[in-house]
Design a protein around this ligand. Structure first.
Ligand SMILES: [Zn+2]
Length: 299
């Protein structure tokens, strides 16, 4: 995409330098020395974990929707203008089940957590699939900025309560016929009577409830501590969809403070906008890197 390559073209830091082994050692050393580890996780991490939104995982599970609406993948389908609520929720019920409720903790997330479990760490993520929680991360250590598939909210955001949706979406999926759910299952806001939406940020109507603000506060407090210690910012699969949440703040912090190292793992977008002394970057496969880092005989 042109915008992305323009940003990459203006970067100060060239693409990953040094041999894979030397970068791996640098990451391992930084991790071992770190007082604090901040994991910043984006869509690339879940994709690498196998939660892919296109290909056979999509075509095998959405053949009926593909035939009827010409859907091409689960990213763009989330924005498809279904004409009725019955069709929209038939799609979403299956999407939510596949990517959230029926998806167990993946090996890659479990490996990532295994690597940092002895450390003082915190997670900020734009992913909405609940993988960190499923992998055993305490909720007090996660800031899921963009929401969670497992909840519904008022589409207008008329009140800030969230509604856990597992039973409802299972019933929707069970009763889906010809790409529609029965009208009786269409959710309505209990306060304003309007439409409901999946609790995933797509515009200014996203509900930030008290739990969201509490998580935000935990993150801010953690970052305040992290600024004064030896800190590793471990950024995984964070691209340019929402770079102002993780990518740019991580870059700025690492550029400003010599006690902070940024490890960027990203197969497509390695460049940084700031000059960062302590940067180690990888465009190799996330799974391979984490597997190698987890080996005790690395040295
Ligand atoms: Zn409402």
């Amino acid at each position: 995409m042109r915008t992305y390559s323009f940003i990459e073209g203006s970067c100060h830091n060239p693409i990953a330098k040094g041999s894979y082994e030397s970068r791996l050692l640098k990451l391992r050393n930084t991790l071992d020395r770190a007082d604090y580890v901040v994991i910043g996780a984006g869509a690339g991490l879940s994709a690498a974990a196998g939660i892919t939104y296109g290909g056979e995982r999509f075509t095998d599970n959405f053949a009926d929707f593909i035939a009827r609406y010409g859907l091409t993948d689960m990213y763009s389908s989330a924005f498809y203008p279904f004409e009725t609520e019955e069709e929209r929720w038939a799609y979403w019920a299956r999407h939510i089940l596949m990517n959230r409720h029926d998806m167990l903790a993946t090996d890659l997330y479990r490996l990532l957590l295994h690597i940092v479990e002895e450390k003082d760490y915190f997670v900020i993520t734009t992913n909405v699939d609940g993988q960190f929680e499923k992998s055993g991360v305490d909720g007090g250590r996660i800031f899921p900025v963009q929401g969670d598939y497992a909840y519904l909210q008022c589409a207008r955001g008329c009140h800030d309560k969230l509604y856990y949706n597992e039973n409802l979406v299972r019933e929707m999926a069970r009763q889906t016929k010809d790409c529609r759910i029965p009208s009786a299952l269409v959710p309505r806001c209990p306060v304003c009577g309007g439409k409901m939406d999946v609790h995933v940020r797509k515009d200014g109507l996203f509900v930030q409830d008290s739990q969201w603000y509490a998580s935000y506060k935990h993150y801010q407090d953690y970052m305040e501590k992290a600024c004064d210690g030896n800190t590793l910012l471990l950024e995984l699969g964070v691209g340019y969809n929402t770079p102002t949440i993780i990518r740019f703040p991580f870059e700025r912090l690492a550029a400003q403070r010599r006690n902070i190292t940024l490890a960027r793992i990203n197969k497509d977008y390695l460049g940084a906008q700031n000059r960062i002394a302590n940067l180690v970057s990888f465009d190799e496969n996330i799974g391979s890197i984490l597997t190698d880092i987890s080996k005790s005989n690395l040295y």
